[in-house]
Design a protein around this ligand. Structure first.
Ligand code: ARG
Length: 394
């Protein structure tokens, strides 16, 4: 035993459990780090599995609040959605987990960190880029990229041979990553992009057919761009997201099924669930339409795309991303108010909005006798507005 210590980002699943054993066999003292980002209680079974696989220590940190306020809220304020359909749940959690992984490495005096990501995905990029930004001196080990197993079956055989308790019968044929902001589901039959996602891929959301028969409604209150109230009642960030996940899920809201462009160049087929996030994104977007002037609103829509690309690509702790955050934060000063949302059989519709900073003025917009808009002023305005283009189709 060389006595080298490595801190492994550990989920308790098959891959990371096998990673523990694999690292131990290569002479490492393995400290497992488990991050609670709302994927459900880090189960005692997972901890047991880690211990049996040979971990010398298993550290669990509850990162739920930090995840929501420092990662989900900035993404929400930026209106970050990747390629039009992915709310970035997995992508947002990775820099946070990597940050704590590095912290734990420092705490236990480890010179190396490890993760259980494959060489084809985005998560390896996110973990490693973040770890290198925060401490370039740390060695990074990615057992799954290196090891000899050529299939799940071989991996399972190895686990069984080493008495790591893997429940093969319960094991899902999908690769699932879950947190408070959403669930990512991939692999298995989903690898055929023509195949409709089977019923068992519905995790936190009911299919529209099984969704509640009666429409649901919720009023979301925002303070400077951050959600603070539901139905007029102040709620802590984690509780607020949990509440909306349950509500949206019951109404079948927040699924997407899409082909997406990965950082490593391939296209992949993904199914996503983000019930609470979807409601919040819609409501926040509508509040911005009400309070932001045209120039700012439209410029910010371009920023949203760029912001999402950066989050997706693992560039959370970079100078441009930080600068974009400063811009977005500045835009949120008046994004306070309430939005009323209706949920029904998979749809999520805004049906009302109000804000003390609203730019909508009924006396200018109305077609009734209360109209105060100077319609005659429009004539001169249009003449000058169109002047540069007069007389020519080039
Ligand atoms: N394609 C998504 C992303 O890159 C989901 C990744 C899911 N990760 C997983 N370990 N199943 O963000």
């Amino acid at each position: 035993m060389s006595g080298k210590t490595v801190v492994l980002a550990f989920s308790g699943g098959l891959d990371t459990s096998v990673c523990v054993k694999w690292l131990v066999e290569r002479g490492y003292r393995v400290v497992c780090f488990m991050a609670d980002v709302g994927q459900g209680e880090p189960s005692s079974a997972a901890v047991r599995r880690g211990k049996i696989a040979g971990a010398s220590k298993i550290l669990v940190r509850d990162l739920r609040r930090e995840f929501v306020t420092d990662y989900c809220w900035p993404a929400l304020k930026a209106q970050a959605v990747y390629e039009g359909g992915y709310l970035l749940a997995t992508a947002l959690s990775r820099p946070l987990i990597a940050k704590h992984l590095v912290e734990v490495a420092h705490q236990v005096g480890a010179k190396a960190v490890a993760h259980g990501c494959t060489g084809k995905g985005n998560d390896q990029v996110r973990f490693e880029v973040t770890a290198r930004i925060l401490d370039p001196s740390l060695e990074i080990i990615a057992p799954v990229r290196e090891w000899e197993f050529r299939s799940r079956e071989e991996e399972i055989d190895y686990a069984l041979a080493h008495k790591i308790p893997i429940d093969v019968t319960k094991r899902s044929s999908y690769s699932i990553d879950e947190n408070l902001w959403g669930t990512s589901i991939e692999s298995g039959v989903l690898e055929n992009p023509w195949t409709e996602p089977p019923a068992e891929t519905y995790r936190s959301i009911r299919s529209p057919r099984r969704a509640k028969a009666a429409p649901g409604a919720v009023t979301v209150g925002f303070t400077r761009g951050a959600p603070t109230h539901l139905n007029g009642k102040r709620l802590e960030p984690v509780a607020l997201v949990e509440r909306l996940n349950a509500l949206g899920g019951a109404h079948g809201v927040g699924r997407s099924d899409m082909i997406e462009s990965r950082v490593v160049g391939i296209k992949s087929r993904e199914v996503y669930e983000a019930p609470g996030g979807t409601i919040l994104l819609r409501a926040h977007e509508e509040l911005e339409r009400l309070v932001l002037d045209r120039e700012l609103l439209q410029f910010k829509q371009g920023i949203a795309i760029r912001y999402a690309q950066m989050v997706y690509a693992g560039l959370w702790f970079t100078p441009l991303k930080r600068a974009l955050d400063a811009f977005v934060e500045q835009t949120q000063r008046r994004v306070s108010g309430e939005v009323r949302v209706k949920l029904y059989k998979g749809t999520c519709q805004v049906v009302g909005r109000k804000s003390p900073y609203g730019l909508y003025q009924e006396r200018l917009a109305t077609y009734s006798a209360k109209d105060q808009f100077d319609q005659r002023a429009a004539e001169g305005f249009i003449k000058l507005y169109g002047l540069p283009y007069e007389g020519g189709v080039h």
